[in-house]
Structures are given as C-alpha cells and as structure tokens.
Design a protein around this ligand. Structure first.
Ligand code: NDP
Length: 326
C-alpha cells in the first residue's frame, strides 16, 4: 500500500501518530542537570559557567540567547551575556573569545549564529577553546565525533538522540534517513546515529527520487528549512518522524492546508501574533502515516537548550577532571 493510500485509510479509521513530547524529555534533562550542578557545587565548590556571546540585535537571536541565559540561571549555573554592537569587528570579537578562553571560571562559550556577514564565522568558531566549545562546532570536536572519541556533541542532534532513546525507540539496526546535511544538524546527527548502529542515509537538495529513499526509513529526520516539505509519500507507514524545522506560517489558507482538523487554533495564533510555527514535515499528513511524530513547537526545539545546559556541565567536569563523567 502506498503512503498516500495508507494516509487515506488511516485518516478514515481516525488513526493518529503518537506525539513525542520533547518538552517532557527536556524537563527531565534539565532536572538531571540541576542535580549535577548542585553536586558539583557541594562536593567540589564548582559552579559551572556559560558565556553567551551575541553580536547585533537580531530579534530571533536575542530571544534564543535570553532563553539560554535564563535557563542556565534557573538550573543553578552561572551565566554571562556578552551583547556586542552590530558594528563589532572580527578582531574585537576574537579578542573577547580569547579573553573568555583564558578565564578559568568560564566553562562554556557559545557564540550565537548567524554572525553579521562581515565576520568570518568559521574563524570565530575555530578560536573557541575546544574544551569550552559547548555547541560542538569546533573542527577538533567535529573530528573527534567522527572518530567516535568522547566529545561534546552539537546540541540539536544530541537532543534528538535523547528523545529517541528516552522514548524507547530502537536505533540499533534501524534504517535512519536524514533530510538535510548541515554542519549543525544533519551531519553530526548522522555520526551519532551511526555510532548507535543505525543504517544511515543522508539526503539533500540533489538527492534523486527523494520519496523513494525517505520512505524506506524506520526513523526519518527532517532538517531542511522548508515548511511542511515532508509529505505522506515520503514516510514509511508506522515510521518515527523527527521534525527539526522551525518555519513561520503567516497565511490562513496555508495554515488550513497544513494543520487540517487542528487549523483553527493555529489560525487564531496568526490573528493574535501574526504567525504560527510549522516544521519541515506536513503535520496533518504525517499524523496519519507516521507511527510517532515530534510536534512543532514542543518537539526538538526545547531539547536544544536542555542539551546546551548538559554540555556546559559536562565541559565543567571534563576541564576540571572531576569524576562521574557521563
Ligand atoms: P540548512 O539551511 O543549513 O540546511 C538545509 C539542508 O536541507 C541542506 O542540506 C539542503 O541541501 C537541504 N535541502 C534543502 N532543500 C531541499 C530539498 N528540496 N530536498 C532535499 N533537501 C533539501 O539548515 P539547518 O540544518 O541549519 O536547519 C534546518 C531546519 O532546522 C531549519 O528550519 C532550522 O530553523 C531548523 N533548526 C532547528 C533547531 C531546533 O533547535 N529545533 C536547531 C537548528 C535548526 P543542500 O545541502 O544540497 O543545499
């Protein structure tokens, strides 16, 4: 049976994919981080510290950084927000990163991306001390990940693994397909899945006959940046579908087409604040074909911040060679 036919039949029988609650898993991880922070403080007098660097005042970046700083404080970590003017030069930014590298009490450094076009992003990421690279983007850490060495893995892919494992989804032996080959999501996620013995395929904009490839996957991950791109035809009936995308929908007709029976509350959100969020997976179609599906919002998004907190505590422990490393 084709996925489209399956979707029609499932819809007629009112079958719905189980939603994988990312917020719930993120809360579990944050509780574990808070316990570990308190233990480090009591047993070693160490309070892990995250330094977040932002250049310019892009509203989305400001929301992300504030969220990271607020979450750090809530879990008992120390945090610093270095907000630099949009006109900051590359040399000035590098100087700040080097200063943070030298300060022993700083355990994690994150430079919020994207940076203004005049700044060489790769050079900035290369300058961060790999031991403090809590985003896992430094070439040394990228190399360690591909060599299966202990490393701080990028937050979004690491969060997806936590979500799968904590929901009891079998990775070993599964066919996993990732659509998207970015350095922050697709590629590191492929390494993490491979380490856990999945058979991994990575697709991208040049992949031929995408639905044929994706519809073989037991675990399908979409990290593309295109609203509702993954449709019923891309999904193997019963598969686990992880939707990484975050896209804004501003048009009522689009919301109706994407959300089906749940469109009304999305349309109300558009009326209230001008947009509603949708992932890279078509939610209404995926709900009737997939076995399990991450919602947007409330799926992968909350895990990214939770894993940043986890990574900062791991960096603090490793830099200070403290025990009970996980
Ligand atoms: P990038 O733009 O860096 O990469 C997108 C990838 O999608 C590329 O590899 C591209 O292929 C591929 N792609 C584009 N069009 C197609 C197509 N028609 N068919 C197949 N593949 C295609 O995106 P990111 O990885 O940075 O982000 C992806 C999405 O995830 C975005 O919506 C972003 O907002 C979201 N995101 C969410 C996070 C979270 O915390 N939830 C964190 C990070 C990202 P090619 O390489 O050939 O160009």
């Amino acid at each position: 049976m084709t996925a489209q036919k399956f979707a029609e039949q499932a819809s007629a029988e009112n079958q719905r994919a189980e939603l994988l609650d990312g917020s719930l898993v993120a809360e579990q991880i944050k509780r574990e981080v808070a316990v570990e922070v308190s233990r480090l403080q009591q047993e070693h007098g160490v309070r892990p510290c995250l330094a977040a660097v932002q250049v310019g005042d892009d509203p989305a970046s400001s929301v992300y950084v504030q969220n990271k700083v607020r979450t750090s404080e809530a879990l008992g970590l120390r945090s610093e927000h270095h907000a630099l003017a949009a006109e900051t030069t590359e040399e000035e930014l590098l100087e700040l990163v080097e200063k943070l590298n030298r300060r022993d009490e700083v355990d994690g450094i994150l430079v919020q991306l994207p940076l203004p076009p005049a700044i060489d992003e790769a050079r900035v990421l290369r300058t961060i001390d790999p031991a403090k690279d809590v985003d896992g983007f430094h070439p040394v850490n990228v190399g360690k990940l591909s060599l299966c060495q202990p490393v701080i893995a990028p937050c979004t892919p690491a969060g997806i693994i936590e979500l799968l494992e904590r929901n009891g989804i079998q990775i070993s032996g599964a066919r996993a397909c990732i659509v998207g080959r970015s350095h922050i999501v697709g590629r590191p996620l492929a390494q993490l899945l491979l380490q856990r013995d999945a058979t991994v395929t990575i697709c991208h904009s040049r992949t031929k006959d995408l639905p044929r490839v994706t519809s073989e996957a037991d675990i399908l991950i979409a990290a593309i940046g295109r609203a509702g791109f993954v449709r019923a035809e891309h999904i193997k009936p019963g598969a686990t579908v992880v939707d990484v995308g975050i896209n804004k929908v501003t048009d009522e007709a689009d919301a109706r087409e994407l959300f089906g029976a749940e469109a009304e509350k999305r349309i109300a959100a558009i009326a209230r604040r001008g947009f509603t969020l949708v992932g890279d997976v078509h939610p209404a179609e995926a709900r009737s074909v997939a076995g399990k599906l991450t919602p947007v919002p409330g799926g992968v998004g909350p895990l990214t911040v939770a894993m940043l907190m986890h990574n900062t505590v791991t960096a603090a422990r490793r830099r200070r060679t403290l025990n009970s490393d996980k």
